[in-house]
Unconditional design. Structure first.
Length: 603
């Protein structure tokens, strides 16, 4: 969702801001803008569209490119349509503001401003912040006016603001991420580290309630009680290269190709050669509790939810306890009946998803033991849980989640074996199979990349697809359908294959192809083939993803043979590739699909 970037230093701020905004494009947005402090004025350029449109607009403007203090923003519309007016920064003559999040009490604050004759010009909640700061500037310096305005805000926000009269940026964070980048004689601020990684590896992650004053030489941070605090910097060893496309046409394809490496990073230091799971340092929840866990409740959204659903039978089998997998946006409004020794697990690539964060907060408030599985270091969900296991998949830039999924699976499988281990079971043979997954993932990518491309060329004009699977293949059918919908805008439904006759079979005709996912394990394979017979009798086309080809289907994407319990690591790859190539043939913006955001930080 929205991306913030700010700079205070000796370089040309404009260049830093624009490259930072480009690095944040993956978050999803519909408009972009910048404000620069130029002498004793603020100059702003903003537009609906992409950063490239902003760059063109700036090239045709007379903005002072020498300015060394500025803020920039990519907006994902919540209040008001995507338009140049509603784009950030929002400004008055004296201040300019960028904001990520939602100001829930903006109408109340607007009424207050109206009473003083101040009116909004745009449809946004953010303009209210700029107007409030400006209002308080009547009798207060910028720093105090900013603090006074922030005190009145309710909702979630990350804010950065500049004043025409001061050489520093004021920033505030509450429930939306904001990170300060540290470097000699210059300071950066952004929604995430990817916008600053080409300049520094040293970051301060602001905490909820923090207000910061950032100049090129000094940073002052006040905590939620207004007390000056010394937040320690964290080093993030990502290279600029890691966050770039590395020769691939799209981040999505690069990230699918990196899945072997992602899983290797997830597991390599956490499984001993003899198959013992080494998670004691990361799972700091006390051992007695782990041994006595009587239920696991997984909460997540989107692809992370499907990772949970996929791993559920594995967790149940190896821990011996019941596992519930719940959608975050539903769970938060539901009075869940926790058991006595319930472990709550939040899964999130970004670590900032509001619909996952809130259930985690609620579980903590009830005194439930919590664990998070997160990719982005120091994100809110990572920090909020009692323990966090990082997936270590590396930066995932494409909006469609791919490598994070297999890394989440790897953590969930390790978690299953680890809890089993604590309960006295020997799962070492299983964990050793997990160790062999990176090699098999690589083989699968190589074996299916070309076939999926050819199939996409054949199938990209169809407008509806059905995805079917049984057992462990069923959640993959849901994930495969989600991937296709997200980036190719083709309607796709995932179903357990056995449910077909209870309704979806009505959709089958020559215009609705079905992707059937079937491992050779019997009786699941034979039952899936019976579904194929039923589809064929209704003129439906079938693409089979399997380690055992079948003559009845139109095409088989053949994958390497794999132990049934580990098939999700392998079978998901052709599903991701198929979606990717379908979108490629349709000519869509694969890494930033319409209406979607990488990190969904609002409800
Ligand atoms: O960052 P999270 O894993 O919490 O994100 C959850 C979903 O928003 C995310 O998986 C979304 O469904 C992806 N676009 C799927 O590709």
């Amino acid at each position: 969702m929205c991306g913030i970037v700010g700079y205070c230093g000796k370089q040309e701020a404009l260049k830093v801001l624009l490259s930072g905004l480009q690095a944040l494009e993956y978050r999803g947005y519909d408009s972009a803008g910048i404000s620069l402090k130029s002498g004793n004025t603020i100059e702003t350029v903003k537009t609906k569209g992409k950063v490239i449109d902003l760059i063109t607009l700036i090239a045709n403007s007379s903005i002072n490119t020498q300015a060394s203090i500025g803020i920039g923003h990519t907006r994902w519309a919540t209040h008001g349509i995507p338009s140049s007016e509603n784009a950030h920064p929002h400004f008055t003559e004296r201040v300019s503001v960028v904001h990520n999040g939602i100001i829930e009490n903006y109408r109340e604050l607007e009424a207050l401003l109206n009473q003083n004759g101040i009116k909004r010009k745009t449809q946004t909640d953010t303009e209210i912040i700029a107007l409030l700061i400006d209002f308080f500037l009547k009798d207060k310096p910028f720093e105090e006016a900013f603090k006074e305005a922030v005190k009145l805000l309710k909702g979630s926000f990350a804010i950065a603001a500049i004043s025409k009269d001061e050489n520093f940026i004021m920033a505030a964070k509450h429930e939306s991420p904001l990170v300060i980048g540290l470097s000699k004689n210059q300071t950066f601020i952004a929604s995430d580290v990817s916008a600053m990684i080409e300049h520094t590896n040293s970051f301060i992650f602001l905490e909820d309630g923090d207000i910061a004053k950032i100049s090129n030489e000094k940073i002052v941070i006040w905590d939620k009680n207004g007390k000056i605090v010394n937040r320690q910097p964290t080093t993030i060893n990502w290279s600029k290269q890691t966050a770039q496309k590395g020769g691939y046409k799209h981040f999505m394809l690069k990230e699918i190709a990196e899945e072997d490496e992602a899983v290797r990073n997830t597991i390599q230091s956490r499984i001993s050669e003899d198959g013992r799971i080494l998670l004691d340092d990361e799972i700091t929840i006390d051992e007695k509790f782990i041994k006595n866990i009587d239920r696991i409740t997984i909460v997540a959204c989107g692809t992370s939810f499907y990772a949970g659903l996929t791993a559920k039978p594995i967790l149940e089998k190896y821990t011996g306890v019941k596992v519930d997998v719940e959608i975050g946006s539903e769970f938060r409004y539901y009075d869940y009946p926790y058991s006595k020794n319930n472990l709550f697990v939040a899964i999130s690539q970004s670590g900032e998803t509001a619909d996952t964060k809130e259930p985690l907060r609620m579980a903590k408030n009830k005194g439930i033991k919590t664990l998070s599985i997160v990719n982005v270091k120091e994100s809110a969900i990572a920090r909020m849980a009692d323990s966090c296991i990082y997936t270590l998949a590396g930066p995932e830039i494409s909006v469609a989640s791919t490598k994070a999924f297999v890394s989440q699976l790897a953590v969930l499988y390790m978690l299953a074996f680890y809890i089993g281990q604590k309960k006295g079971k020997d799962n070492t043979e299983r964990s050793r199979i997990l160790l062999s997954m990176p090699k098999l993932i690589k083989e699968t990518f190589n074996a299916t990349n070309q076939t999926t491309k050819e199939l996409a060329e054949t199938y990209h004009r169809y407008r509806n697809f059905l995805y079917l699977g049984r057992g462990l293949c069923y959640p993959l059918a849901l994930e495969g359908a989600l991937k296709l919908k997200e980036i190719s805008y083709i309607h796709a439904e995932g179903y357990p294959a056995g449910e077909m006759k209870h309704g979806p079979i009505a959709l089958i005709d020559e215009n609705t192809p079905t992707v059937v996912i079937a491992h050779q394990k019997e009786p699941l394979y034979s039952k899936s083939l019976s579904n194929c017979e039923e589809i064929k009798s209704r003129d439906g086309k079938i693409i089979l993803i399997s380690d055992k080809p079948a003559s009845i289907v139109d095409q088989t994407i053949e994958v390497p043979i794999v132990d049934y319990e580990f098939l999700p690591f392998i079978y998901v790859i052709p599903l991701q590739l198929f979606a990717y190539y379908m979108a490629l043939f349709l000519g869509y913006d694969i890494d930033q699909p319409r209406n979607l955001a990488k990190s969904v930080t609002v409800e």
